[in-house]
Design a protein around this ligand. Structure first.
Ligand SMILES: [Zn+2]
Length: 377
């Protein structure tokens, strides 16, 4: 086991309150388009999508990090709908995030800002349902893709997402003295160390992750990974957090195995492409030119993924990727809060749960993949 590089998160007594929102999206997707290799003949994966409600009490601000997909999928930009349909992508979306929030007792007027991890349809939701006072915050370069549809009939984005409301594009300081969390250039959103946006390029133009401080004693955090990876087998195991000899709790469904409380990891090592306890199960599927269907820049994407592995090394950080369906049933969602995740054991319970995907034990709950814009899907 290698010691991970220090993350150097500045100490702070300030925290935010975080709720995880399951945005009710389900998108079946062929694994081979984005992941390599095919493991144990698992060819079909299914994406879900998480987003986050964040409250900062000192400033009385409530913000969202991501929005999932809009409920009426066909009301996306026509060029996007056509592209996704042509690839047989048929998402099921039960509810908009605004609907979920209102059901939980929230007044949308109280949402000060929506931050997009990036501009893809399964993260941008339906901004038009928020009052015009709600600010839209995006990562570097996102606004270069505007105007959206209908001003630009070919655009994959929608003009209604940003028109008539305040917008802000985050700039990260890449200088040697700029703030960094691990390898990530960071932006201190509330100015008190409670919530950082992180520059995480590679998957899409302007892609950002976020880090919320959930408790100050001990210091715990939730890392909001966006689309840094599509499946946790791209992230884990790592040299910093190898696969242990025994997995407890067992990632296998108790209804289909004798391993009800724990199981030997040898069951999964035999499925690993290099039988390694320290290397991830998946890498990006690349074409003959070294391009990925789900990343605008493969080198940047791999650097961002490695940065996330360093964040994932510590027990004090709960990593939640947008499409990590293996956390369903582990984390409690809105209107519950997630700040007590360490005490509740979510990190331990969820860490190896994705391995269940490789034995087909959790039908309908296989890990998430991304139907990204760059896939031209
Ligand atoms: Zn996505």
């Amino acid at each position: 086991m290698s010691a991970p590089p220090a993350l150097n998160i500045p100490p702070s007594p300030s925290t935010v309150t975080v709720s995880i929102i399951d945005t009710t999206i389900t998108v079946p997707f062929p694994a081979s388009l984005v992941l390599h290799p095919i493991i144990n003949s698992i060819t079909q994966l299914t994406a879900n999508a998480y987003c986050f409600l964040i409250t900062h009490f000192p400033s009385n601000q409530t913000i969202l990090f991501d929005l999932g997909a809009r409920k009426d999928f066909d009301s996306n930009a026509p060029a996007l709908v056509q592209r996704l349909r042509a690839f047989g992508i048929n998402p099921t979306i039960e509810k908009d995030v605004p609907e979920i929030l209102e059901e939980g007792g929230m007044d949308l007027k109280d949402v000060n800002a929506v931050i997009w991890s990036h501009h893809h349809w399964d993260h941008t939701g339906d901004m038009s349902k928020f009052p015009s006072t709600t600010e839209l915050v995006v990562g570097p370069g996102t606004s270069t893709m505007w105007p959206g549809y209908p001003a630009n009939p070919e655009s994959l984005l929608l003009e209604s997402d940003y028109k008539g409301r305040p917008t802000r594009e985050i700039t990260f300081d890449h200088s040697p003295t700029g703030l960094k969390i691990g390898r990530f250039p960071a932006f201190d959103y509330f100015g008190d160390g409670s919530f950082y946006l992180l520059d995480a390029p590679g998957h899409a133009i302007g892609h950002m992750c976020a880090l919320a401080r959930t408790t100050s004693t001990p210091q715990t955090f939730i890392f909001m990974g966006g689309d840094t990876c599509r499946h946790m087998g791209e992230l884990r195991p790592s040299p910093y957090f190898p696969l242990p000899a025994t997995l407890s709790p067992s990632p296998l469904s108790p209804t289909k195995t004798a391993y009800t409380t724990s199981c030997p990891s040898s069951l999964f090592l035999s499925l690993h492409p290099s039988s390694s306890a320290t290397a991830p199960f998946y890498t990006l599927a690349l074409d003959s030119k070294g391009k990925s269907l789900v990343c605008v820049d493969v080198n940047d994407a791999e650097h961002t993924l490695e940065s996330a592995r360093e964040v994932d090394a510590g027990e004090e950080v709960l990593v939640v990727m947008a499409h990590d369906a293996s956390l369903r049933g582990v984390v409690e969602c809105w209107p519950q809060t997630a700040n007590g995740w360490l005490e509740s054991g979510w990190g331990v319970e969820g860490r190896w749960r994705f391995l269940g995907d490789f034995v087909g034990e959790k039908e309908g709950e296989k890990g998430g993949v991304e139907a990204g814009e760059e896939a031209r899907l």
